[in-house]
Design a protein around this ligand. Structure first.
Ligand SMILES: *Cc1c(COP(=O)(O)O)cnc(C)c1O
Length: 386
């Protein structure tokens, strides 16, 4: 039997009846855009994340641009983010005319290196061309970045902090979610993410009520929200007032209905992913250069299970021949991609990022990966003598 890299059908079978009923209900209700399921899901998502507010939006990319727009980011502003990430993290920065400043990652967790962040902030300040404004930390492969330390740095330099948790939704640090430290947490419901829907979707989670209101306006063409209307009277239906230049970035009602069902089993799925990861770690450790490192007190949501190997490409070919699918996240760091090269820092600044891009390889990972299949995968890795 062929092995799935991420087996979404196994999950579908578990909650098939619930999801089918939820989708049917929305179709019959006719409330396709901003139906009641969106609000219900937002309330449940905020509760799950231990935060006061959650706003659905169209995808995990626009989830990152919404707070940046709300904070009025513009030309001349610097946004610090890793280069070792999915491109969406930094992609939204030039949308607003601002400049991405790439920061190297830690050798063991692959997440933003706080010391290198400080060095980059100091370099930007010394150069005097850009104004440091925002830090975007990423929960790469499922593990939270060092948000307590990133918060201290953000406070020291008066910067905003976003946690791009598209891969790490559900990750915790000593039982607390990234929203405890970040001004907002963004996530994606792309199907392959830990909490995925059946299409595109995203959300922003925050404890900041004023930010929530502005983002709620921005996601619907800059509509008037309560604070815009307070103490004023308007001649026309306030529904069609535009108070700021916004966009159309709503979470689809059908996707919200699906996500309500998936959120019900999400904590259990994270537990299951952790069981798989720990077993993989024990069995693979003797055979590869490194297995994933999760810091004490941190719980990963295991978007990916990523190992390092000195002959990564040889291992990938060998596993493919054995019927084991793999993927490389990410073979080309952001600053080495054509679109972003112009923002590359001086050579050598992102040495860890560049080394990792040559060495990492991700193995099949999902909550329903049974031990027999794990054993087949481990055996295939073991049988490689490259
Ligand atoms: C997937 C992903 C995104 C973007 O999410 P989309 O829903 O695909 O727009 C952003 N950041 C990271 C780290 C991601 O993995």
């Amino acid at each position: 039997m062929s092995i799935a890299f991420i087996d979404l059908q196994a999950q579908r079978k578990r909650i098939e009846n619930e999801i089918n009923a939820a989708v049917k209900k929305v179709i019959e209700s006719g409330a396709y855009v901003m139906g009641p399921e969106v609000k219900q899901f937002e309330t449940q998502l905020a509760a799950y994340s231990g935060a006061k507010h959650a706003l659905g939006c169209a995808n995990g990319t626009e989830a990152i641009v919404l707070p940046l727009m709300a904070w009025g980011l513009r030309s001349g502003d610097a946004v610090f983010c890793p280069s070792f990430t999915f491109c969406a993290t930094g992609e939204v920065v030039p949308w607003l005319g601002a400049t991405p400043v790439f920061v190297d990652v830690e050798r063991d967790t692959y997440n933003m290196n706080p010391d290198h962040l400080v060095a980059q902030i100091e370099r930007v300040l010394k150069e005097g061309k850009l104004k440091p404004k925002v830090i975007i930390g990423v929960c790469l492969f499922g593990q939270a970045a060092n948000y307590p330390r990133l918060r201290e740095i953000a406070d020291q330099y008066d910067l905003k902090l976003i946690a791009d948790s598209a891969q790490g939704f559900g990750t915790t640090i000593n039982g607390k979610h990234p929203s405890d430290w970040a001004d907002c947490v963004t996530t994606s419901f792309f199907p392959a993410k830990p909490l995925g829907c059946y299409g595109d979707g995203g959300a922003v989670i925050t404890n900041d009520a004023a930010l929530t209101e502005v983002m709620d306006s921005l996601r619907v063409h800059g509509k008037a929200v309560a604070s815009d209307l307070q103490g004023r009277t308007f001649e026309h239906d306030t529904k069609y007032l535009n108070m700021r230049v916004g966009m159309n970035s709503r979470l689809d009602t059908i996707q919200a209905a699906i996500l309500i069902e998936k959120l019900n089993i999400f904590a259990d799925e994270i537990d299951k992913r952790n069981v798989v990861a720990h077993r993989y770690n024990d069995l693979l450790r003797p055979h590869v250069a490194s297995v994933p490192f999760v810091k004490p007190g941190f719980i990963s949501s295991w978007a990916q299970y990523t190992i390092e190997h000195d002959n990564r490409d040889g291992l990938a070919a060998h596993l493919k021949a054995q019927g084991v699918p793999t993927a490389v996240y990410y073979p080309v760091p952001m600053h080495m991609n054509e679109a972003y090269r112009r923002w590359a820092p001086p050579a050598g600044e992102l040495a860890v990022t560049e080394a990792l891009a040559e060495r990492v390889i991700s193995l099949p990972m999902h909550p329903y990966l049974d031990t027999a299949t794990q054993d087949r995968i481990v055996e295939a890795v073991r049988s490689f003598n490259g």
